[in-house]
Design a protein around this ligand. Structure first.
Ligand code: GLN
Length: 188
């Protein structure tokens, strides 16, 4: 399996390291030419969604990635990556807009927005979750499955080939969320 990790800014190195440790081949996506080869999945990491959105446009990656995801490419977006995938963004501007969710930016407030917890994740079990100025999900569309909630807020969703998480699984020692994504890729 060959997984591209969007490497414009943010927590991309940790995703690549985790996926490699699980046996996947990874490569970094920094420019359109990086997308020339065959690949089976995509990770959009945490970081800052406004900056990432601007870079996706400036570097000519926006259209290609939106087409690939719409065409069924398995994708995992974490934190800012969730915002990048969302069709509607509260407190920001939609980017790829491939997923039928509303992302609420900085849903926990800017100061108290960083915390760790453990919560059930559908089909996986109790997993550690690290939130850093995290968004949450509102108004999931009909085709969207809610996979995890924390304190009444939706923090993980799946819509077909798209997985979006408000937390940072690449920062915890637990590998099961990345395994879950690789199983999605394998099943595609
Ligand atoms: N608050 C950031 C944003 O709106 C996301 C934070 C993160 O990815 N850790 O883009």
């Amino acid at each position: 399996m060959r997984i591209g990790v969007l490497a414009l800014q943010g927590a991309f190195a940790e995703h690549a390291a985790r996926l490699s440790s699980l046996g996947a081949e990874t490569f970094e996506i920094r420019k359109a030419a990086d997308l020339d080869g065959r690949f089976d999945g995509l990770v959009i990491p945490g970081g800052e969604s406004t900056t990432m959105t601007k870079l996706l446009h400036d570097l000519g990656l926006f259209e290609i990635l939106r087409e690939r995801i719409s065409g069924g490419l398995p994708v995992m977006g974490t934190c800012a990556g969730l915002i990048v995938l969302a069709r509607r963004v509260e407190g920001g501007v939609p980017c790829l807009a491939t997923m039928d969710i509303t992302a609420v930016r900085n849903a926990y407030g800017r100061q108290l927005g960083s915390f760790e917890t453990v919560a059930p994740f559908a089909g996986v079990g109790e997993v550690p979750m690290t939130f850093i100025r995290a968004p949450c999900v509102r108004d999931p569309g009909e085709g969207v499955a809610v996979l995890a909630e924390v304190d009444g807020r939706i923090v993980a969703v799946r819509e077909g080939n798209q997985l979006a998480l408000a937390f940072h699984p690449e920062l915890d020692a637990d590998t099961r969320i990345h395994e879950f994504f690789l199983a999605m890729v394998a099943g595609n």
